[in-house]
Design a binder for this molecule. Structure first.
Ligand SMILES: [Zn+2]
Length: 143
């Protein structure tokens, strides 16, 4: 829980700020009117001022760069996960192919076995027919 919270705080510090840490006021976008940074946008606290610098102040362009970096690393993570999933599916398909090849081999062996039995049954039939025939002949001549 605490690890989760601290990570969330880091995420808040990077990218666009959403509130002032000092007073909890929601962040607003202002335009700088200083000589040094005229017209530059920044996220600030409505309660902040030139005199009180403890309230939220963050240049919006810097936040935007961080925001893009966050998105980039997030996307890289997602595409990495995607690759991992694809790789694991490839492995599963490979395993399935191996299993099917194994089944194919077993089926072939089974067919050979059945063919062998069929041959045995045919031979047995011939023997029975032959035996019965001999018995018939025996009874015919013995009577
Ligand atoms: Zn504030």
């Amino acid at each position: 829980m605490s690890a989760n919270l601290s990570r969330r705080r880091v995420e808040k510090e990077r990218g666009f700020p959403s509130f002032c840490k000092k007073c909890g006021e929601a962040a607003k976008i202002f335009t700088s009117k200083t000589i040094k940074n005229p017209g530059r946008l920044f996220h600030g606290c409505p309660n902040g001022s030139e005199e009180d610098k403890n309230h939220l102040f963050k240049w919006t362009d810097e936040s935007a760069v961080e925001e893009i970096e966050n998105m980039k690393s997030h996307l890289e993570l997602q595409s990495q996960r995607c690759e991992d999933v694809t790789r694991s599916y490839d492995k599963k398909i490979e395993d399935l192919g191996d299993a099917l090849a194994g089944f194919g081999k077993e089926m072939k062996e089974m067919k050979e076995l059945v063919d062998g039995y069929e041959k045995d049954v045919k031979n047995l039939k011939k023997m029975v027919v032959c035996g019965v025939g001999m018995m018939v002949v025996y009874y015919y001549f013995a009577m």
